[in-house]
Design a protein around this ligand. Structure first.
Ligand code: MN
Length: 242
């Protein structure tokens, strides 16, 4: 009698253990299902929020085409990483704002804060990276050449003034050649993400004086970088902006 009582107790005990083990297993399954659902949901949201509306301009030359003025490594980092980061940031930042369906120039003109900083840098770098070509250099063409000669005396004098402005930008920023609606040219110094469009002007040529644009190739020698960069300008493209 005693033996069978113990057997029954044992059986009941084992049934209880099985019950708890099975419940535990179901609970684990339920949790893991929920997790994978949550993950899928997260992926959907990420896809939705990064709509890739804003894109960087295609590079119109190989990454080593600007050597030795700008190294392949600098182009890869500057175009591939820095410029890409501005694009990725803006695509996330505009979600749910009035800029979600605006064109890039409108965003630059009407925004401030983080949206302005990233939008400005996309516009700046799109202009910058399309201003160069392999074996570029030489002098401006057509009406732009005439306007530069008329306003600055000569191309050489313009370059001097432009480089002096670029050297004197304190910290990170840009030096721009821009035109107003009457075609009058001006040299502008902008800090950080500044672009002449915010002053109602049309950007013609912009040199990036953020350290990321020259530090690997010239270290602290910004002036040397600015002297060299004229050797890679694509004056067909730049003159057509005038
Ligand atoms: Mn840059």
């Amino acid at each position: 009698m005693m033996g069978s009582y113990i057997e029954i107790k044992k059986k009941k005990f084992m049934q209880t253990i099985h019950y708890y083990l099975l419940s535990g297993l179901f609970a684990l399954l339920a949790i893991s299902c929920n997790n994978s659902n949550a993950k899928n949901k997260e992926n959907d949201n990420t896809k939705k929020s990064v709509n890739m509306k804003f894109e960087k301009v295609a590079l119109p030359y190989a990454t080593d085409a600007l050597e030795p003025v700008i190294s392949k490594q600098t182009v890869e980092l500057h175009y591939g990483k820095h410029h890409q980061a501005y694009v990725d940031n803006l695509n996330k930042l505009v979600v749910g704002t009035k800029f979600e369906n605006a064109d890039l120039e409108t965003v630059v003109k009407e925004s401030d804060g983080a949206i302005f900083n990233n939008a400005g840098q996309i516009l700046n770098h799109n202009i910058y990276f399309t201003s160069f070509k392999k074996d570029g250099g030489g002098e401006p063409k057509g009406k732009l050449a005439d306007a530069i000669n008329e306003q600055f005396g000569s191309f050489e004098k313009f370059k001097e003034e432009f480089n002096a402005a670029g050297v004197s930008v304190f910290g990170s920023g840009w030096v721009w050649l821009a035109k107003d609606q009457d075609g009058k040219l001006s040299i502008l110094k902008e800090s950080n993400a500044g672009n002449p469009v915010t002053s109602g002007l049309v950007p013609i040529l912009g040199f990036d004086v953020w350290e990321h644009s020259y530090y690997l190739d010239y270290q602290n020698r910004r002036a040397d970088h600015l002297k060299e960069i004229w050797k890679i300008i694509d004056w067909d493209v730049v003159s057509a902006r005038y």
